[in-house]
Design a binder for this molecule. Sequence first.
Ligand SMILES: [Zn+2]
Length: 132
Amino acid sequence: MAQYLNTATFLELARAAQACAAAPCSCAKTPLEGWQSQPLSLDETQFEEIGTLLREDDPEPTFTEYLPGKTTYWAVDAPIAPRYFPYNRCAVWQCSLCGRLYLHYVEGGGYFVDRRIRAVQAALIEDVPLEA
Ligand SMILES: [Zn+2]
């Protein structure tokens, strides 16, 4: 099972990755600042799963989203709040060529399944506690 990353660790990794990932890379060809269906051109073998935001002690992660103000799920500046949907079930992928970090999860179920990916931007990570 992939290693659980708490927000502090996740943020640290995101900052480190951002600092060294200025190089052009095939993984950055399609803009992924906001959630996208995984482009067919994306080579999954190029990525390494370095952890997960899914807590081992949380068998039923919430479907509540954290979208303050007028932001939406799809917005390129939507906050990345690891305790909220869909971040709370995301795998953290790192491009083995350039070091960029991505979040990945599978949306839907049954007839509708969509593999989604979003680039990690350290500035958008917010450690927001879940509402009781
Ligand atoms: Zn890359």
